[in-house]
Design a protein around this ligand. Structure first.
Ligand code: PLP
Length: 380
């Protein structure tokens, strides 16, 4: 008998559910032989505009490029400051330093893993040009508490929505989807994201038509008309094949996000049933938020790395997001941050553990995960 195993995410189960639809969509693109730009990409961009209720969506080659394009569209330059979180994936910050600008780190809240209005507003200076909130693990930042103050000072809000496609937050009594509240929203379609394609892919959405026009040029080497270059841009498009796949998956996304939420609820129940709540703190969903659990990340007491190893030996994969906060990464040492500058992020980097979560995760698999954690702590 082969040993039972559980990955953090099983993409094969997801594909099996929609294989027929995906295969037809991909075949259509092959038949058309239209791979770069073109009608399939435009159709997906329109789908996203409708889904997010934004006027413009511009596909590009990755989430990292989406962030870079957004900052290029703002003409970010050396001397400019961009406020963001130290507790995120690397690309949130590398786009800033790549343009010679300076990231300024605002520490996060220990329950939501997201930046707070107080910490962000305390970092504003005359040089602040933009703010990049990251809706980490699928839960939105409380942007309504800072938007008017930041925008009043001419500071652009660029949402990093790589982990939050489909999440929303109730603002002024109505649901607002992540990506539609700042002046630009940046998405990644990396295969492991909630809406993932079969390779690299990304998108910038904007409610500002002038910025959107600029983005549409920047992704094609800065050309307004082919071979007439107004400025130097990137070569960064979303392939038609990926757009076709994403069109299929977007139709199912809300159901998959609901299934992730159900799995998150079940984990919480199981932690309680296994008498683990003094050792394991489940992730919290803020009032008014629709969390889509891109990752399920509780905080644990005691030997976190030992727990990761213990689960791994039993066949259960877990991960640490993120073991080194960005202000302590070697490549950013020139910024002059040190241990203690963002204490909450540093603490969470030692306590957080990402457990398996995906729409097809079975109840008995979750029971196995939690009873194994209970065994690690000597609770059963
Ligand atoms: C995945 C991710 C990105 C980068 O997206 P890619 O498509 O991999 O380039 C950026 N920010 C966050 C928060 C991410 O999780």
């Amino acid at each position: 008998m082969t040993k039972r195993t559980l990955p953090t995410l099983d993409l094969k189960r997801g594909y099996a559910r929609i294989k027929d639809e995906i295969d037809v969509a991909v075949k259509e693109v092959f038949e058309s032989q239209y791979f770069i730009m073109g009608p399939t990409l435009s159709a997906f961009e329109s789908d996203v505009e409708r889904y997010l209720e934004v006027p413009r969506a511009i596909g590009c080659a990755s989430g990292s490029d989406a962030l870079l394009l957004a900052l290029m569209a703002l003409d970010l330059k050396p001397g400019d400051e961009v406020i963001t979180t130290p507790y995120s994936f690397f690309a949130t910050v590398s786009c800033i330093t790549r343009l010679g600008a300076t990231p300024v780190f605002a520490d996060i809240d220990g329950d939501s893993y997201n930046v707070t209005a107080e910490s962000v507003l305390s970092k504003v200076t005359e040089r602040t040009k933009a703010f990049i909130p990251v809706h980490l693990f699928g839960q939105m930042v409380h942007l309504e508490k800072m938007r008017s103050e930041l925008e009043g000072k001419g500071i652009a809000i660029i949402e990093d929505c790589a982990q939050s496609f489909g999440s929303w937050r109730e603002i002024d009594g109505a649901p607002v989807r992540s990506g539609s509240y700042g002046v630009m929203g940046c998405f990644s379609f990396f295969p492991t994201k909630n809406l993932g394609c079969c390779g690299d892919g990304g998108m910038v959405v904007s409610r500002d038509q002038a910025l959107a026009d600029r983005l549409a040029k920047l992704r094609v080497h800065g050309a307004g008309t082919t071979y007439y270059h107004d400025e130097v841009g990137l070569n960064s498009r979303l392939d038609a094949i990926q757009a076709a796949i994403l069109r299929v998956k977007l139709r199912h996304l809300d159901r998959w996000n609901e299934e992730r939420r159900a799995a998150a609820d079940r984990y919480k129940l199981l932690f309680a049933e296994n008498d683990l709540l003094d050792l394991v703190t489940p992730p919290s969903e803020d009032e008014g938020n629709y969390h889509i659990y891109h990752q399920y990340v509780p905080r644990v007491q005691g030997d976190r790395d030992g727990l990761v190893d213990f689960l791994g030996k039993e066949g259960i994969t877990s991960r640490v997001y993120y073991p080194v906060p960005l202000h302590l990464q070697r490549c950013f040492s020139f910024l002059g941050y040190g241990e203690g500058d963002c204490p909450v992020s540093e603490k969470l980097s030692r306590q957080s553990i990402a457990l398996p979560i995906f729409p097809e995760l079975e109840a008995d698999e979750q029971e196995w995960v939690v009873s194994t954690i209970a065994r690690f702590y000597g609770k059963n």
